[in-house]
Design a protein around this ligand. Structure first.
Ligand code: ADP
Ligand code: MG
Length: 278
């Protein structure tokens, strides 16, 4: 008994070349036509961009162009600033961050923030990292949680024998990594970092940059930096902001970091990245 002939699949080089579907990345923030005022003066206008999951997005641009304003608008850190008003929409996983009924505490937990100057509490290393989990009532497994956060921030080996000592005794770079540990201790989705290395020496800066690469596997990272080399080293995507003719901050160009630095579409970006202004 003979087997039926195997059905032949003739795959010719040309006939079957169907393009693969584009890699569709998940959008974490869908920012639509966002403008910010502090009092009567607009600080930022017309910003529209999407921030993707598990990538590092850098915000670059000259001083005063609204980088911090933009970043702080993503997790409502500006709400307490007198005269702050925001227009447009900030959608976080499709939900309007400024919509009615949004729990601001939950927003800050999901979208953590690290500032330019390390700002540890005058407490022990352990209590710094345990502070936010305790506040949220996450008391079970607290020691493990603190350890995981310190490991995640690449600080554990340096501090594991001195967890009860004051955080203020750490070096600047260690303090900044402690602040990152503090942010990740509540398992956020996003980390916003506003010039996190600008107060640090080159070695501590390199440690923070290194950390960005490992953190992006778990978190979506948005980092403001005025250091272009830093953006080029750490970011997958880069947004260049500048001041328009009315000296209002605006998004000029947003693209893959390599494109921004090697083939920018806008002459203003070209001038900035080539060091001609700013
Ligand atoms: N808390 C604030 N109150 C009033 N104006 C502010 C405040 N923060 C920022 N601004 C103004 O908004 C503009 C953008 O500032 P900022 O977002 O800090 O820029 P960048 O971070 O790019 O240097 C500037 O004109 C600044 O003076
Ligand atoms: Mg700033």
């Amino acid at each position: 008994m003979s087997l039926p002939p195997a059905r032949m699949r003739v795959v010719t080089e040309t006939a079957r070349r169907v393009p693969l579907p584009a890699i569709r990345r998940e959008t974490v923030f869908d920012v639509r036509d966002v403008g910010v005022h502090y009092g009567p003066k607009p600080a930022l206008a017309g910003v529209t961009l999407k921030i993707e999951r598990n990538v590092v997005t850098a915000i670059i641009g000259p001083s005063g162009c609204g980088k911090s304003t933009f970043l702080r608008s993503l997790n409502r850190m500006n709400d307490a600033v007198p005269g702050f008003r925001i227009g447009g929409q900030v959608l976080y996983h499709g939900h309007d961050v400024y919509g009615g009924g949004v729990d601001r505490v939950e927003v800050r937990r999901r979208i953590g923030m690290v500032f330019q100057k390390p700002n540890p509490f005058p407490k022990s290393i352990f209590d710094n990292v345990a502070w936010a989990p305790r506040n949220l009532g996450l008391r079970a497994g607290l020691s493990e949680r603190v350890e995981q956060a310190l490991r995640g921030a690449a600080l554990w080996d340096e501090v594991k024998d001195r967890l009860k000592q004051s955080a203020l005794g750490l070096s600047g770079g260690q303090q900044q990594r402690l602040c990152i540990a503090r942010a990740i201790a509540v398992e956020p989705d996003v980390l916003l970092l506003d010039e996190p290395a600008s107060a640090l020496d080159p070695i501590a800066t390199a440690a923070i940059e290194e950390l960005m690469h490992s953190l992006k596997r778990r978190y979506t990272i948005v980092i403001v930096t005025h250091n272009m080399q830093q953006a080029a080293r750490v970011a997958d995507r880069t947004a260049f902001f500048s001041l328009d003719d009315q000296r209002t901050g605006a998004l000029v160009e947003y693209d893959a970091t390599e494109t921004i630095f090697t083939q920018p579409a806008d002459p203003r970006t070209r001038d900035y990245v080539s060091g001609r202004f700013g």
